[in-house]
Design a protein around this ligand. Structure first.
Ligand code: SF4
Length: 209
């Protein structure tokens, strides 16, 4: 049975929700990418039974209050319909606090945090984050840009570099690609991940986790 999602008083945004025994945190709707397969670009904010539209970004205190005792979760995962590292400072503060309470912390990310911050942020992330799941999404830059429609230049290379540096900083790294997206060669994506000496997971379209 799933726990009741934690809402803010007004408006009723879901900022913490439970899936598969993990606590998921929805801290922003902002993204560097505009993925064609993203629910919000298909005019829905619903993931599983949760409406993840945010009317404003929750404060660090609101997120921590929504999580409550993290011991009730297998792990705490930053994952909503936005890129959590867009709020890197808030993410790290929340993660550090929950980690002190014994939580395992995962960040589901586009892997562009170093690009948008203009520096390698993986050492500071490694102090607060146990693992990252990085959306590789395609085996080459051209296909990546077609599916993910980035607002910035050089995103595919920056994402691969982030994966490498995150591993070198001591973070457990898994890269993912979605089976079923036109042109995506899951085997080639997996080989790319192996070259970076990180794990790989095949995802299925529209399944969060
Ligand atoms: S990075 Fe994630 S939330 Fe952002 S547009 Fe792509 S799929 Fe959607």
């Amino acid at each position: 049975m799933q726990a009741t999602p934690q809402y803010r008083e007004e408006p009723h945004d879901i900022i913490a929700y439970e899936l598969h025994g993990n606590g998921y945190l929805n801290i922003t709707s902002r993204c560097t990418l505009r993925c064609s397969f993203c629910p919000k670009h298909q005019k829905t904010w619903e993931v599983q039974e949760y409406d993840l539209r945010l009317h404003r970004e929750p404060s660090v205190e609101e997120v921590l209050e929504a999580v409550g005792n993290p011991a009730k979760y297998k792990s705490v995962v930053f994952c909503g319909l936005g890129e959590p590292t867009q709020r890197l400072d808030a993410l790290l503060e929340i993660a550090r606090t929950l980690k002190r309470q014994g939580a395992l912390i995962r960040v589901n990310t586009d892997g562009l945090a170093s690009l948008i911050n203009g520096r390698d942020v993986t050492p500071e992330m490694a102090e607060a984050v146990d693992s990252v799941s990085i959306s590789m999404n395609a085996q080459d830059a051209e296909l990546y840009e077609r599916h993910c429609r980035p607002k910035r230049q050089g995103t595919f290379g920056a994402m691969l570099d982030f994966a490498l540096r995150a591993r070198e900083s001591g973070i457990d790294v898994t890269m993912t690609a979605i089976d079923g997206l036109p042109g995506v060669d899951i085997g080639a994506c997996e080989r790319l991940a192996r070259q970076l000496e990180v794990k790989f997971r095949r995802r299925v379209l529209d399944v969060v986790g």
